[in-house]
Design a protein around this ligand. Structure first.
Ligand SMILES: *Cc1c(COP(=O)(O)O)cnc(C)c1O
Length: 433
């Protein structure tokens, strides 16, 4: 299949090229030229399919021409090797838990799939692929774990010294093998600037095959459609269409849902659930897209002031606001409301939400109250609550159990390489590898 840029000026490329390039030269985002329709038989059998089987069928409908069936099955088995269970809190309220991967957040789906796909595409190349990624926290650990031990690929993660939490830092600095963490004496913007400078540096590009692994890669978007199919087949009340609330920052997760719907999944409505960074809900209300500096909240993975995937959403709806509104509602919630929701759901159901999922819950509850006949409700839990102990701990009486995967990283030795924020030091470091 071919991919085009949402800016429509760069030439079309194959999906393989789009995955390896990351971003088109015109600064848009790649989209698949066609969103395949899945056959009725697929939807009839949906309840019987495992998440892996769904991932295989949905994913292969995009990558048919690029990856033969058996190879694609192997790839899915390695990438999607954890579950996405649905937990019901009542007849009309379900939770899709997306935190059962190695870094306990939904970004594991995209990062693992992208890593395996890139490795597959370069399997016959002589040169190793070098991935550079700047992180302020969560993306770094998902990417690091996604690529850990993947043949033919080296990963360098640049992160700002002293500006990520201890848990986050331990998750990507203790891995070793093909993953190197570079601890930059600067802030996140410095890390991004260094990565950008590296991509445009002729000497580095001569010496190594460089690419990025950031969230706008099409290979991270497509796997974020898989679990919507399994979730809709697993909600308690399957007689009604499902209303799905997605806690959002860069809107990759939500765009994955819109793609699933275009492929034929019957979803009544999506809800863009945001914290104080309410750029998309504000757009849905007013028709004005007004990016601005992000503000810090307790659902910090959603602190985005200029959501990158909005370009894909606009493109999917041909810039037609009323068409987008028909599929998508939106609302935004304060930290205080988020804390109250965590407490309330814990007290009523004994279920502990993380701050991101709690924003999804609030938006869903509000929507269902004002649209009581609209369907059955589902919200996405995008991270394990133990990743946000400082926030959720004080809200509940019981102590929060830290999963072993997280706990064991805390006891490992940090292996990062200190760097200044000057480009020359990064450049000579990389050239010496
Ligand atoms: C990244 C992230 C989000 C936001 O997802 P987008 O695809 O950027 O909208 C929500 N919750 C958690 C825990 C995340 O890590």
């Amino acid at each position: 299949m071919q991919a085009y840029s949402t800016n429509h000026t760069s030439p079309r490329v194959s999906l393989k090229e789009a995955v390896l390039q990351g971003m088109p030269p015109d600064g848009g985002l790649y989209m698949p030229e066609r969103i395949p329709d899945l056959p009725p038989a697929f939807f009839e059998a949906l309840e019987e399919y495992s998440l892996q089987e769904i991932a295989f069928r949905v994913g292969h409908s995009f990558f048919k021409a690029e990856v033969p069936e058996n190879d694609f099955r192997d790839l899915i088995e390695q990438a999607i090797n954890f579950e996405a269970p649905v937990v019901s809190l009542g007849e009309e309220l379900s939770i899709l838990e997306l935190f059962h991967g190695p870094t306990l957040a939904f970004k594991d789906f995209g990062a693992r799939f992208m890593a395996r796909l890139m490795s597959y595409f370069i399997r016959n190349d002589e040169r190793e692929l070098t991935i550079l990624v700047a992180t302020s926290g969560d993306t770094g650990s998902a990417v690091a774990h996604g690529f850990l031990g993947v043949p033919g690929i080296r990963v360098y993660i640049l992160y700002p010294r002293g500006k990520v939490s201890t848990i986050q830092e331990k998750q990507f600095t203790t891995l070793g093998r093909n993953i190197t963490a570079l601890e930059v004496d600067g802030n996140f913007d410095d890390c991004q600037r260094l990565v950008k400078a590296a991509f445009t540096d002729p000497d580095l590009n001569q010496a190594m095959a460089l690419t990025s692994a950031n969230s706008i890669n099409i290979a991270r978007l497509i796997p974020q459609s898989f679990y919507y199919f399994s979730a809709c087949a697993r909600v308690r009340n399957r007689k009604k269409p499902v209303v799905i609330s997605v806690p959002s920052g860069n809107y990759g997760n939500l765009t994955g849902g819109l793609i699933a719907r275009r492929m034929g999944l019957p979803v009544a409505r999506f809800i863009a659930a945001s914290n104080a960074n309410d750029i998309v809900p504000a757009y849905l209300a007013s028709g004005d897209f007004a990016p601005r500096d992000s503000v810090a909240t307790i659902s910090n993975a959603m602190d985005v002031g200029n959501p990158s995937n909005f370009a894909r959403m606009l493109d999917m709806y041909r810039h037609d606001l009323s068409a987008m509104r028909a599929d998508l509602a939106g609302s935004s919630w304060t930290d205080e409301q988020t804390r109250e929701a965590i407490r309330e759901v814990w007290d009523s159901y004994g279920y502990l939400m993380d701050p991101h999922g709690a924003v999804g819950y609030l938006a869903l509850r509000d929507y269902m109250r004002s649209h009581p006949e609209s369907g059955t409700g589902l919200f996405l839990e995008t991270a394990h609550p133990a990743k946000f102990l400082e926030t959720v701990g004080p809200l509940v009486e019981e102590s929060v159990k830290i999963p072993d995967r997280l706990e064991s990283a805390l006891h490992k030795e940090k292996l990062s390489v200190p760097l200044s924020s000057g480009f020359d030091e990064l450049k000579s470091y990389l050239l010496a590898r």
